[in-house]
Design a protein around this ligand. Structure first.
Ligand code: DQA
Length: 159
């Protein structure tokens, strides 16, 4: 089972800046993610919150709740939540970061992801397709039970 987490303001998809994030609602997106997962014989549980502490606890508890991996789009917390980074670093599951928009092509404050260094990988700018690619990656990884190559997210990190 894969945990798909959405953070701040992503409940507003569909009406929020559709020129950037598209016309799809969060419910549409989650349905699509579930369909893609089913096609790969994976199961997903989707959760969205506007409360940072709720997101932190979801990350903290995911492994003991039996999840095998996390796909996360934290919204703006991506850019400044060291607490989220610490929560990801402090748990054992592979975490994939996904952003609908290309954060590197937008305002400067979005160019930094403080969670990227502690995630297994990041997919940005490909819209909903990013989640499909993340699922496909995890399908390969979970089937083969290879979490550590490449990158080795347990390797010592740079400061
Ligand atoms: C986002 C990009 C973030 O910068 C922004 O704050 C969001 C959405 C994305 O999916 O493109 O809320 O994570």
């Amino acid at each position: 089972m894969i945990l798909v987490l959405h953070g701040a303001n992503l409940n507003r998809l569909g009406t929020r800046q559709p020129e950037i994030y598209g016309a799809q609602t969060l419910a549409d997106l989650e349905n699509q993610i579930s369909e893609w997962a089913t096609a790969l014989d994976l199961r997903v549980q989707c959760q969205q919150t506007n409360l940072e502490g709720v997101l932190l606890e979801a990350v903290q508890l995911a492994a003991e709740q039996g999840f095998e991996a996390i796909i996360i789009n934290p919204g703006a917390w991506t850019h400044y939540s060291y607490a989220l980074r610490d929560a990801i670093a402090g748990q054992p599951l592979p975490v994939l970061e996904v952003h609908l928009s290309n954060i590197h092509a937008r305002e400067e404050f979005r160019h930094t992801s403080v969670i990227a260094p502690v995630c297994a990988g990041s997919i940005v700018g490909l819209g909903a397709q990013g989640y499909r690619l993340a699922l496909e990656y995890l399908n390969t990884k979970l089937t083969k039970l290879e979490y550590s190559d490449p990158p080795n997210r347990n390797a010592p990190r740079m400061a």
